[in-house]
Write a protein that binds this ligand. Structure first.
Ligand code: GDP
Ligand code: IMO
Ligand code: MG
Length: 418
């Protein structure tokens, strides 16, 4: 698998954690390269459920894990996730990784509250404000966190600005002093100092030595800061190009790009969703698929699989293969539908419009399939009912990438390789 990246093809929560865990047994390194603890990745192995927000899912297999420069890292969350693993950790963190400071969470909440018309429905984990500081060049990086003097200088410079904005613009009283922040974060820096590692270099050396490196994407393609449904997006780059920038490596080091496609669509937070089903089908999918957010517990919005979205996702990501997840959740429905195109007036379109205005006018045109029953016990492709195979083969043909994995349940063993 030398350089393999796992990408969310939709709006996130496609099952990236499960697929990353599945392929981690053959990996030498498992790497997160963008986003932060806005992610919620679930792994179910040997009957135990693990939920990760920051650490790569490869940790369940005991692999060495790396956090690349493109991630935004909340050290409080790192401490919590590491303590839950009781020391079973071999981890490296890039010095260039930006740090989520406590003011970022407050700013995220303040900004969201103050939005009049357009609310995003962020996870309030401080992700947007931290990436904004990085772009504005006032961010605090991991190399600063682990160096007391630099951390002190940085906090000295940034704290008064953030306090003024929080109090004067958002009318939020800042519940911590500059000194308290320094005390807590310098202690965290001391604790994590040994993890400092040039991730770009380690990954490059590993790939040259023909080792297997698995890159675990977070969020999903249509939450991409440039190519998603802006402004209803996150602040990083979930598309496959994000891996090169997020790690510090050449684009051509990636050999496999696995698109994770949920057999239907879900979305958490606001923003366009052409195939959304706010009806009994939607209720069924929420209940059968346990569609509640891993990070915020919010009920996910649900709808049918959307091929104009998938063709566009293919264009943005260049999937070399597809992993279909949650096929079992469609069991028990009367009919299974998939949007094959959109109708705009009397025009047919086959791609996802670039603007939300355009999406508003799109009416999905559906293809219907006979329903099927999946038990989770299927081991081979041929064990799947013919009606389910028809559905999969249709998707494969329309996206124009081979389906190589089919997930029929949350557990590691509920996985079929094709
Ligand atoms: P991620 O953010 O892409 O890693 O996905 P999440 O972990 O947030 O959400 C996916 C949810 O679906 C988790 O609860 C998984 O345990 C679960 N899951 C993954 N694959 C399957 C599957 O094939 N069938 C069912 N029923 N659940 C699955
Ligand atoms: P995983 O990795 C689903 C959504 C939020 C919100 C928008 C912006 O588990 O697939 P942010 O806090 O990032 O500024 O929120 O993006 N969002 C996700 N939705 N899965 C995720 O991650 C998400 N990470 C962010 O709900 O709409
Ligand atoms: Mg998730």
């Amino acid at each position: 698998m030398p350089g393999t990246v796992v990408i969310g093809s939709q709006f996130g929560d496609e099952g990236k954690g499960k697929v990353t865990d599945f392929y981690s047994d053959k990996a030498d390194l498992v790497v997160r390269y963008h986003g932060g603890n806005n992610a919620g990745h679930t792994v179910v192995a040997h009957g135990v459920t693990y939920k990760f927000h920051l650490l790569p899912s490869g940790i369940v297999h005991g692999k060495r894990i790396l956090i690349g420069a493109g991630v935004v890292l909340d050290p409080r969350v790192l401490k919590k996730e590491l303590s839950e693993l009781k020391g079973k950790t071999d981890i490296g963190i890039d010095p260039r990784t930006h740090i989520i400071m406590p003011w970022h969470n407050l700013l995220d909440a303040g900004r969201e509250e103050s939005r009049q018309k357009i609310k995003i429905g962020t996870t309030k984990r401080g992700i947007g404000p931290c990436y904004a500081d990085k772009a504005e060049r006032i961010g605090i990086r991991f190399e600063d966190l682990v160096d007391e003097q630099r951390l002190n200088e940085k906090i000295d410079e940034v704290y008064p600005i953030k306090k003024a904005i929080l109090e004067k613009v958002y009318e939020i009283k800042v519940p911590f002093s500059k000194e308290e922040v320094f005390q807590e974060y310098s202690a965290l820096g001391k604790e994590f100092k040994n993890y400092l590692q040039d991730v770009s270099l380690e990954v490059s050396d590993a790939l040259h030595a023909k080792k297997n490196v698995l890159f675990e994407g977070a969020q999903g393609t249509f939450l991409d800061n440039d190519f998603g449904t802006y402004p209803f997006v996150t602040s990083s780059h979930p598309v496959s190009g994000g891996v090169a920038i997020g790690v510090g490596m050449a684009v051509n080091r990636i050999e496999r790009i696995i698109g994770i496609v949920k057999a239907y669509t879900t979305r958490v937070g606001f923003g366009p969703f052409p195939t959304e089903q706010e009806n009994s089908v939607g209720d069924y999918l929420v209940e059968n698929g346990k569609e509640f957010g891993t990070t915020t517990g919010r009920k996910r919005r649900v709808g049918w699989l959307d091929l104009p979205m998938m063709r566009t996702s293919m264009r943005f990501n260049g999937f070399t293969e597809i992993a279909i997840t949650k096929l079992d959740v469609l069991s028990g429905l009367e009919k299974v539908k998939v949007a094959k195109s959109y109708k705009v007036g009397d025009k047919k379109i086959e791609f996802f419009p670039y603007s939300n205005k355009g999406i508003e006018n799109c009416e999905p045109v559906y293809e219907e399939f006979e329903s099927f029953k999946i038990t989770g016990k299927e081991k081979k492709y041929s064990d799947l009912p013919e009606t389910a195979r028809k559905y999969l083969e249709y998707i494969e043909e329309e996206i124009k990438a081979p389906i190589t994995l089919i997930s029929v349940g949350p557990g590691r063993e509920e996985t079929i390789l094709k």
